[in-house]
Design a binder for this molecule. Sequence first.
Ligand SMILES: [Zn+2]
Length: 113
Amino acid sequence: MLTKKRMQREAAVVEMMIGKYCRAQHHPEGKLCPECGELLDYTRKRLAKCPWQENKTSCGRCPVHCYKPEMRRRIRQVMRYAGPRMLLTNPIVSARHFLDGRRKKPLACPRNK
Ligand SMILES: [Zn+2]
């Protein structure tokens, strides 16, 4: 469960990006293809387990690479495609995501404490 606002925001951004990517590359009807559905599901689970929670930076800057390689490859593809487009279609969401990414990085992973 994503209880923190920060995490809900992150989840919303990811969902938007995956949707954009899938509509353009796989399923123009607007429903996610099974592969992208799986990816979205995976990202939400990772977010729920993220040790940073409210202090989370954007995933691209996170020092903990918690995605397994296959999912990491897929999400990178999505970001590469949807990132620049988001800037045009959802400038406010993008700006906020950028600011979240600028947040001061916590020094140590809470998981290792
Ligand atoms: Zn897809």
